[in-house]
Design a protein around this ligand. Structure first.
Ligand SMILES: [Zn+2]
Length: 329
């Protein structure tokens, strides 16, 4: 009986390999709607499917196009996605050391984006309301509210909760979301940010998207939805890989050219422009990362080169990662 089941599973697996689910088709550029696309490079995925990376002739956005639909990319986010996620020597996304590393990067990004000044302002106001009114409930009403989109296991939700925010997350991957929900006891919605009816308009002080917008099928709609959910004057922080000269130079070998998990590769100006079109103004931005990843087995020469290159690209604004602080005007 067991053998028969095993055999059936093997047949199903082979069928899935020969005939992957979903579809791949040419779609209009998400940023500007143009169909004028120029092929930049071809790259094979981890499952051996070859994808075309194209640049929009009208707005220059680099994107996987023809584009796989949600069903086609889903196998790439199978349960093991978060267990083999990085090339940094961490075997498991859920381990304590990767969590600490992620928190360290949050701190760096938040500091660079002047987030802590903004946070002080927010808490200052709520403290003032509380002490002037003498009513702690009134003060509590002003506890800042945040939403982390594509929150994975909810490490940023936890980070904000530790800083006295009312924070929740939304995550498509059930396994990652369940870790945050049940292990960390966080408020996480399992589902699609764009089709979630549990999110109220104009109710968030802060919406964050850490390295998740490049995975989404419509960054424009994601930014529009974020704008819709933010309170007037609300802030948005997002980070994503940055398509600049480092990316162009490395081509298909660029460290973030992971297709089809990454569907969009924005330039700094391109992302600021798209945000502006949906009503989000840039407060400040930063680029970082020389393209040299942290390798636990790296030799001394590599370490020295990295130690020099990382600050240099940041100083000259040429990093291959970027983070933006936006405001709903
Ligand atoms: Zn375009």
């Amino acid at each position: 009986m067991e053998q028969t089941q095993l055999l059936q599973r093997r047949i199903q697996e082979r069928r899935a390999k020969e005939d992957p689910p979903g579809d791949v088709r040419l779609v209009p550029c998400d940023a500007c709607g143009s169909m004028q696309l120029l092929s930049v490079l071809e790259k094979a995925s981890s499952r051996g499917e070859v994808y075309q990376v194209s640049r929009c002739r009208d707005c220059s956005l680099v994107q996987v196009n023809p584009q796989p639909d949600l069903a086609r990319v889903e196998p790439y986010y199978a349960d093991e996605y978060f267990e083999r996620r990085t090339d940094r020597g961490y075997a498991n996304y859920y381990s304590e050391n990767i969590k600490q590393e992620i928190r360290r990067v949050y701190n760096l990004n938040l500091n660079d984006l002047d987030f802590f000044d903004y946070e002080r302002q927010l808490f200052g106001e709520s403290w003032l309301v509380e002490s002037l009114s003498g009513d702690p409930k009134l003060g509590r009403k002003h506890t800042p509210v945040a939403l982390d989109v594509g929150c994975a296991a909810g490490y940023f939700v936890e980070y904000l909760r530790d800083r006295n925010w009312e924070a929740r997350g939304v995550e498509l991957s059930r396994k990652a979301a369940h870790f945050g929900l049940f292990e960390l006891e966080l408020d996480i919605i399992v589902g699609d940010f764009l089709n979630c009816n549990r999110l109220e308009a104009e109710s968030y002080d802060l919406i964050t998207l850490w390295a998740s917008i490049e995975h989404m099928h419509s960054p424009r709609r994601v930014l529009e939805q974020a704008h819709h959910l933010l309170k007037p004057g609300g802030r948005m922080l997002l980070s994503t890989c940055r398509y600049g000269w480092l990316a162009r130079m490395r081509g298909a070998r660029w460290r973030y050219m992971n297709v089809p998990e990454h569907l969009y590769f924005f330039s700094l100006a391109g992302l600021k422009g798209l945000a502006r079109q949906v009503g989000l103004q840039t407060v400040c931005s930063v680029t970082y990362g020389s393209g040299m990843t942290t390798r636990p087995d790296a030799g001394p020469l590599y370490r020295v080169a990295k130690r020099l290159a990382d600050p240099l690209v940041k100083l000259t604004n040429q990093g291959d990662m970027m983070a933006l602080h936006l405001i709903k005007a």
